[in-house]
Design a protein around this ligand. Structure first.
Ligand SMILES: *Cc1c(COP(=O)(O)O)cnc(C)c1O
Length: 244
């Protein structure tokens, strides 16, 4: 496929996703600008990120630190002037905290106090070394299926983890993130997430982000208050490499 063909393909799928979002917002009596589209570019090359950037997207996400690191650098070379924000949305080992703070603007997958501590320390070091300017924006990832296998902390642990994050000067608590359980009813999951978000905002009014909804269930997430949908397949097509 030529770059022109790929560009046309991405433009078409982007228009479709944006149309779904507009309709979902309308159905939920929400304004379309209340929901941000985050392009999940895992397994796709930096050239696709560049094309999506040309098409107007500014927020991109990856789920593996190692894959992201190179892609972020490559994209910066392809489009040095582009406005961009990189989100980490995958499970993160504490020993990758240092590496992730070099490229991520937002880490959406913070699910333990130990990981929060590691990220705070790594961000402080990166700032001291001049490798990073700003504090790291983070979301608390919540597990909605009663297991911890796919990442996320149990709902009951959210308040304590949020307090921990808010108590650091290098992390900024922005809200919550979740993945709807496989095979479960997304409406139930996203309604639960909304309740967790509302409770969180009593103590942390600044934590307004609700990152919820993917290619298959974004309408349900928007109906339940999502402020950011994370879309991979519907934008970029079937994934090329295996990715956990
Ligand atoms: C891959 C991924 C997505 C995007 O999923 P699609 O079904 O391809 O839209 C969203 N969130 C997370 C955490 C992911 O890993």
């Amino acid at each position: 496929m030529t770059p022109e063909e790929r560009r046309a393909e991405l433009a078409e799928s982007l228009a479709e996703v944006q149309d779904r979002l507009v309709k979902a917002c309308h159905a939920a009596d929400r304004s379309a600008d209340e929901v941000e589209l985050l392009a999940v570019t895992k397994t796709f090359p930096a050239s696709d990120v560049a094309l999506l950037s040309d098409l107007g997207l500014v927020a991109f996400a990856e789920n593996r630190e190692q894959e992201a690191r190179g892609k972020v650098a490559e994209f910066a070379e392809l489009r040095p002037q582009a406005v961009r924000r990189w989100h980490m949305v995958g499970q993160l080992q504490r020993n990758k905290a240092r590496a992730v703070t070099r490229w991520a603007d937002v880490v959406e997958s913070v699910d333990s106090e130990r990981l929060a501590e590691a990220l705070a320390r790594a961000t402080a070091n990166a700032r001291a070394a001049g490798d990073r300017e700003h504090p790291l924006d983070v979301l608390v990832q919540v597990s909605l299926d009663g297991t911890v296998g796919r990442g996320g902390c149990p709902p009951d642990d959210v308040p304590r983890l949020a307090d921990k994050i808010a108590g650091t000067s290098d992390l900024r608590l922005r809200g919550v993130m979740a993945v709807a359980p496989l095979g479960g009813d997304p409406d139930v999951a996203f309604a639960t997430l909304r309740a967790i978000s509302e409770r969180l905002r009593v103590d942390h009014p600044e934590a307004v982000d609700v990152s919820a909804g993917m290619s298959a269930d974004l309408e349900s997430a928007v109906a339940h208050g999502s402020t950011r949908v994370r879309v991979g397949t519907a934008l970029l097509g079937g994934r090329r490499l295996t990715s956990p």
